[in-house]
Design a protein around this ligand. Structure first.
Ligand SMILES: *Cc1c(COP(=O)(O)O)cnc(C)c1O
Length: 397
């Protein structure tokens, strides 16, 4: 099988490019959105509140605040947690930059703790090593949809009086020790970007059981302005409101929230389909030498946002780049999640050095994300499997 790869000019496994992720919009979604466009409210009408109630109910949390995207949701949470200059916040480098950018927005300092080499989630032992008198919060990420070790992190947060803000952008619908994600941490963020489990185009939400955090997030979403009489310093009449803090306009629209509600109804079937695809991948790759399939802890049930394979580079003649390029040439939309956040030039300029998180840095050289989204059909799944076999067998030592 000398020259069979598409990258060497042969026929690709697929004619049409398969993306790594994609939303699934149906006619009901379109109808709900059109109905809103014909109605009275485009933004901050009844649908925002209703969507928030739906999310609170789904996750089992007391409060939910929907905002313009997952990044602004994290920013709201950092504001509510009172993070400011001089405060350190511990997070993982194996994540999207939003998980630590939200700390920088508030003038705080992100501190990176390393990941575990089995789950790729943040290592509670390394969190503990990195706690100082300046540490104010921990932002664990449920990487790929597999809940991180929430009980251990909760214990650390309680012991050291830290706020726990969970970046669950990957984990809507996941469970941890039988409980829904969205209730263990002080605040939990979800994203509704089109590659995530359900979409509102752009969108995000914070869930919490704390009335205080809830009110702080609400405040930050709209310029720090409130009409809540119990929060205002005085009340001059029906027109009156007060700006208490410097917030933003991080609002989400009714148009987005009706889409979110319509999508939420299908979340169960979306996750079920993701699990079916994962099962096929796992079975297909079980005996393929050269790659390691995702490890799952018994105590949690992932909602499978991403399927990340790890290359056993010792068994291959090439590096990740060659495998990545070869899969792409087969028209398989591979990706890499993630470039360690501290590798980015912006973070390098802030003084973060390579070498601070060896497990994450080693993993980065070896990972490839395969396509995974509910709308993939069985043929799409077979194509991915075929392409991985073709490429890995070709490059095997
Ligand atoms: C998607 C994502 C976010 C939020 O992203 P938005 O595009 O702003 O909604 C935050 N953290 C992680 C890990 C993500 O994957």
């Amino acid at each position: 099988m000398d020259n069979k790869l598409a990258i060497n000019g042969e026929k690709p496994v697929r004619e049409k490019y398969l993306p790594y992720a994609q939303q699934w919009i149906d006619e009901e979604d379109i109808k709900r959105v059109s109905d809103v466009l014909r109605g009275d409210y485009l933004t901050t009408g009844p649908s925002v509140r209703e969507f928030e109630q739906n999310i609170a109910e789904y996750t089992g949390s007391k409060y939910a605040v929907a905002v313009s995207n997952g990044t602004t949701a994290l920013h709201c949470a950092c504001f509510a947690a009172g993070i400011g200059p001089g405060d350190e916040v511990i997070t993982t480098p194996m994540t999207f930059a939003a998980s630590s950018n939200c700390v920088l927005y508030q003038g705080g300092t992100p501190v990176f703790a390393d990941i575990k080499s089995d789950t790729y989630n943040i290592d509670p032992e390394d969190i503990e090593r990195k706690i100082t008198s300046r540490t104010k919060a921990i932002i664990p990420v449920d990487f790929t949809g597999q809940p991180t070790e929430l009980d251990e992190i909760r214990r650390l947060a309680d012991k050291h009086n830290l706020v726990m803000i969970e970046d669950a952008a990957h984990a809507l619908g996941a469970t941890y020790k039988g409980g829904n994600i969205g209730t263990v941490s002080d605040m939990t963020e979800f994203s509704f970007h089109p590659v995530k489990h359900i979409t509102t185009g752009e969108g995000g939400v914070i869930t919490t059981n704390s009335k205080e955090y809830y009110e702080r997030v609400l405040l930050f979403r709209t310029h720090g302005i409130t009409r809540n009489p119990s929060l205002m310093t005085k009340n001059e009449g029906g027109w009156y409101y007060e700006q208490l803090e410097l917030g933003n306009n991080y609002r989400i629209t009714d148009i987005q929230c009706v889409l979110g509600m319509s999508q939420l109804k299908r979340l169960g079937s979306f996750i079920a389909r993701r699990k079916e695809i994962v099962k096929r991948y796992n079975e297909a790759f079980k005996n393929l030498e050269g790659i390691i399939t995702p490890y799952q802890r018994q105590e949690c049930d992932s909602s499978w946002h991403l399927y990340v394979i790890q290359l056993e580079l010792e068994k291959l003649k090439v590096c990740r780049k060659e495998v990545f390029d070869a899969l792409k040439a087969e028209n398989i939309g591979v990706n890499v999640h993630y470039i360690p956040v501290h590798y980015h030039p912006y973070y390098q300029k802030l003084g973060y050095k390579k070498g601070i998180c060896p497990n994450a840095e080693k993993l980065y050289e070896r990972i490839i994300t395969l396509p995974l989204f509910p709308k993939m059909n069985d043929k799409d799944v077979s194509d991915v499997i075929e392409a991985v076999y073709k490429v890995i067998s070709y490059y095997k030592r």
